[in-house]
Design a protein around this ligand. Structure first.
Ligand code: IMP
Length: 198
């Protein structure tokens, strides 16, 4: 069993990443369980923040650390909320107010102009001084609905329309979401890399 520490305090991400790796013999540990503090995300890109998060946790644990910096890019908003997705409405991780702010910002924008995508930038660092961390990027194309639909998932899932299934991301079960999502696609690339030499 290979162990990887996830440099995140986001329970929604942990659930998806654990479910993805469970059948492949990887144990994913939560950084919160290692007593690591949440690091300040001062970068202006997903990749900068993912590296900051991975390195901060790698300084406190033995073995590989995985960081996932992810977020939503909305075309009609010039790419916002982007790296500020978790704190779009101010308070970090308040999904409800983030969604309210997003729907208000897109009020009156027609369906065809509500295009958006989720990004997941994953960084796998062998140790805190690793000069060549591995990077895996996944993208999920969709659009922003006019109102919430469904109760599953986390974050912006209730307002993210998944064209592949004609439902919102919050109406997909965990396995369905992991096949289509930005995170699932990045994890697929990572799994391929991790198992290449086994
Ligand atoms: P991070 O923890 O700084 O990477 O913040 C990521 C934020 O982007 C989350 O708090 C959510 O608001 C949003 N996000 C990322 N991935 C997803 C997803 O799969 N579904 C819904 N929202 C997501």
């Amino acid at each position: 069993m290979r162990r990887i520490v996830l440099a995140s305090h986001n329970a929604g991400k942990l659930k998806e990443i654990k479910a993805y790796f469970a059948p492949h013999g990887f144990e994913i540990l939560f950084a919160a369980d290692c007593g690591c503090e949440d690091v300040e995300e001062t970068g202006t890109t997903f990749i900068e923040n993912a590296i900051l998060k991975a390195r901060a946790v790698a300084e406190h644990v033995d073995g590989s650390v995985l960081a996932d910096d992810s977020g939503l890019e909305v075309d009609a908003l010039g790419g916002a909320p982007g790296v500020y997705s978790a704190r779009y409405a101010g308070e970090h991780g308040n999904n409800d107010s983030n969604i309210d702010k997003l729907l208000a910002a897109l009020k009156g924008v027609p369906t065809e102009k509500r295009t958006a995508r989720f990004h997941a930038m994953m960084v796998l660092m062998k140790h805190a001084q690793d000069p060549a961390p591995e990077i895996f990027h996944g993208v999920w194309e969709g659009r922003i609905l006019e109102a919430r639909q469904g109760t599953g998932g986390f974050g912006y899932d209730p307002v993210f329309f998944a064209p592949e299934k004609n439902v919102s991301a919050a109406e997909l079960d965990l396995d369905e979401k992991n096949i289509l999502s930005h995170r699932g696609k990045a994890l697929q690339k990572m799994l391929t890399s991790l198992t290449r030499n086994d």
